[in-house]
Design a protein around this ligand. Structure first.
Ligand code: G3P
Length: 216
């Protein structure tokens, strides 16, 4: 499973990239609004920093405007993936842009058939939001299972990108189900490497070494 960071915070992106564990980045207008500076410049900087796909979202609601914005994003760097929200207008824009070989991430997916429609329109990734479903007491990971099942039934090549991840269990379940990508906040990314027994184990080994290191 590929690890993406769901952030526009360059220091975190740089640190994960240096670790060699970062396969891509997803941004959105809310994430960009949390950072300083001109948002397009920020996306350009991120696209230089990471080789993998960088999602950048359109903010118009009609297909024509989405296509115009999508073309602008795609011109910025070869690894930009245009993020288009699920809607009838969005589907039209996905069709037009994908025919021009522009990679699309269809976002704000909350039902399995929305995912199938986005894939049929030509999206190369779909982003179901698991955390926001959990927030309203609908199990988000069930949506992932259903999309995977449908994509397997019809051998759909679109990648399933699990989004709105809130905790490490979302990542574990996504990996067990065979999702293609998990995009996560920095805090979740960091927590994946941690285990309290690992910390206790390190402490114990170091303490025992202290006891013997000066033995003749
Ligand atoms: O990738 C989508 C993600 O940013 C949404 O996350 O936590 O706002 O639901 P959240």
């Amino acid at each position: 499973m590929k690890f993406f960071l769901d952030t526009a915070h360059v220091p975190h992106i740089r640190e994960a990239a240096e670790l060699g564990l970062l396969d891509g980045v997803t941004t959105n207008p809310s994430l960009l609004s949390k950072e300083e500076g001109e948002p397009r410049e920020l996306v350009r900087e991120i696209a230089k920093l990471v080789e993998g796909p960088i999602s950048a979202e359109v903010v118009t609601l009609d297909a024509e405007g989405m296509v115009r914005e999508g073309l602008e994003w795609a011109k910025m760097a070869s690894n930009i993936v245009v993020k288009i929200p699920m809607s009838i207008e969005g589907l039209k824009a996905i069709r037009t842009l994908s025919k021009q070989d522009i990679k699309i991430n269809c976002t704000l997916i909350f039902s399995p058939i929305q995912a199938l429609m986005a894939a049929k329109a030509g999206a190369s990734m779909v982003s179901p939001f698991v955390g926001r479903l959990d927030d309203i007491q609908i199990p988000g990971m069930e949506l992932i299972q259903q999309i995977l099942e449908i994509f397997a039934n019809y051998e759909v090549g679109t990648e399933l990108l699990v989004a709105s991840i809130r905790h490490p269990l979302h990542v574990l379940e996504a990996a067990r189900m065979g999702a293609d990508i998990a995009t996560m906040p920095w805090a979740v990314f960091q927590s994946l490497a941690k285990h309290p027994l690992t910390d206790i184990g390190i402490e114990r080994f170091l303490a025992d070494w202290e006891k013997v290191k000066n033995r003749p």
